[in-house]
Design a protein around this ligand. Structure first.
Ligand code: ADP
Length: 487
């Protein structure tokens, strides 16, 4: 049973294969014309031969009929000349001749069987009524039958009719011979086409086999980064391989960046641990000689490092949540951006006051947009926090809200230190900081802007930074009002 099922699936695979289809197409294109040709030729011959025979027998019958009309055969059927003529003609065509008088009585049958009987066939009737000649064929019994009137050409008086039947055996035999020969030719063509079709289906698809082999080799662990696989035969296979290489190098990039990320994470997590280790070691070594004030100071430092470690871990968690194919998990709902920003300002005002920075909010229009409030809040909060952190004393931070037809536009500007030109494209990288020691001093983790960017990209929005060193920075965030449509 199992093998039956598997062979069924193998067969399906076979029928679906391009190789099989090419084989079939070539085979059909090669053989169908031969079959059609045979049909046309044999039929053509048959029709021609038959009409030749009809006209021949008709002519002959007309001659005999004319002869009959001139004699008084109808009153005396023993005329030997005429009878001879009739017998000769019936022998010539391997058939039979009937002479019928105007009472539909058969007065002469070369077979001698039906003499004295009446014949009332449609052909005879129409001949009696003036038709020139009529013919019917009987394919089954292989003969054709011709009926001509026996009439006086000058007066038009019809004396009777002559029915001549002739065998069509010869024609049928010829058709058979011809057909047989044509079939032999056909078979030869079919064999040749079969071989060609097989060869074509095998060779034409070879490059694809190479592609499959190349892809398989990667599956087995061959690294295309070190050696490129060449499959140059067709434009199509070359394109597939190019796309494949592209995909591979992209994967490698992703792999590299993941490795780098893990290295960075470890490094970042280790730094607070290292300081805690130093602080606690010096307390241990100091032993009883350490006074309570120093103890307390060191313990505060250690607590600070623990907070920092916590913050890094929390940031990493947010980043992981916002990363990758989390698109499905964005919970979009229509929300007033004005309310969201006002809430953020309220939350961050104490921090701004502590840093002696003035936090301002300006709103041109309120905008209701489809957003995931938690995620977007986090994104804008990071921007405002940065604007406060990287500011100077008595500086300012201004948050604005505006909108055009499709987008809500939020800007966060500050009067801070600014970001150097060469760093502006890297600030969204994980763990990137323009000034590592300064960022660490003010409690940065280097993850804030990558979280922000990811959250904005999840909303199909965009973020842009403009900065002048020493004067300040402006971040502009655009969020589509209905992200599904503005995509
Ligand atoms: P961090 O936790 O260090 O603030 P971010 O990812 O939020 O990490 O920011 C990356 C770096 O970009 C910061 O270290 C800082 O050097 C720079 N930066 C971010 N925002 C500003 C700003 N408003 N003004 C000046 N520099 C900024």
């Amino acid at each position: 049973m199992g093998s039956l099922v598997s062979s069924f699936f193998q067969n399906i695979r076979f029928y679906r294969s391009l190789r099989f289809r090419i084989f079939l197409i070539v085979l059909l294109i090669g053989t169908i014309p031969a079959v059609i040709m045979r049909f046309i030729m044999v039929r053509g011959y048959e029709n021609r031969a038959l009409s030749q025979k009809v006209s021949e027998v008709t002519n002959q019958s007309a001659i005999v009929a004319a002869h009959l009309a001139r004699t008084d055969y109808f009153s005396d059927t023993s005329d030997p000349v005429i009878n001879d003529e009739l017998t000769q003609m019936s022998n010539l065509y391997d058939g039979r001749i009937l002479v019928i008088n105007d009472d539909f009585l058969i007065i002469k049958d070369t077979y001698g069987k039906s003499q004295g009987r009446y014949i009332v066939s449609a052909e005879v009737i129409s001949c009696m009524n003036g038709s020139r000649n009529m013919w019917v064929t009987d394919d089954e019994n292989r003969y054709l039958e011709i009926t001509v009137p026996i009439l006086d050409e000058t007066t038009g008086v019809v004396y009777g009719a002559l029915v001549a039947s002739a065998s069509t055996d010869g024609i049928h035999d010829n058709v058979e011979v011809l057909g047989r020969r044509a079939r032999i030719v056909e078979a030869v063509i079919a064999v040749i086409v079969l071989v060609i079709a097989y060869a074509l289906s095998m060779t034409l698809l070879k490059p694809f086999d190479k592609v499959i082999k190349a892809v398989d080799s990667v599956k087995e662990g061959f690294d295309p980064g070190t050696e490129s696989i060449e499959v140059p035969d067709y434009t199509e296979t070359k394109d597939i391989m190019d796309a494949f290489h592209h995909l591979m190098s992209r994967m490698k990039e992703v792999d590299d960046s993941r490795e780098e990320f893990v290295a960075n994470v470890s490094h970042e997590l280790k730094t607070p641990l290292a300081s805690m280790k130093v602080l606690s070691d010096s307390l241990i070594q100091g032993g009883d000689s350490v006074d309570a004030a120093t103890y307390r100071e060191f313990m505060l430092d250690i607590a600070e490092e623990v907070d920092r470690e916590n913050k890094i871990i929390n940031n990493l968690m947010s980043l992981v949540k916002l990363d990758g194919n989390e698109t499905a998990k964005v919970n979009l709902e229509p929300r007033s951006l004005s309310e969201m920003l006002k809430q953020l300002i309220k939350t961050l005002t104490p921090l701004a006051e502590k840093s002696r920075v003035e936090l301002l909010y300006e709103e041109k229009t309120d905008v209701t947009a489809n957003i995931d409030e938690t995620k977007l809040s986090l994104a804008i909060m990071n921007l405002i926090e940065n604007a406060i952190k990287y500011n100077k004393e008595d500086g300012w931070v201004r948050v604005t809200l505006d909108s055009d037809l499709q987008f809500a536009v939020i800007t966060v500007s500050d009067s801070g230190m600014g970001i150097p030109e060469e760093s502006i494209n890297r600030i969204y990288d994980r763990f990137y900081r323009v000034d590592k020691s300064h960022s660490r001093e003010i409690g940065g983790t280097g993850l804030g802007l990558s979280i922000t960017r990811n959250a904005i990209l999840l909303h199909r929005g965009a973020i842009k930074a403009a900065s002048i060193v020493g004067e300040g920075t402006t971040f502009t965030v655009k969020i589509p009002i209905a992200p599904g449509e503005a995509g």
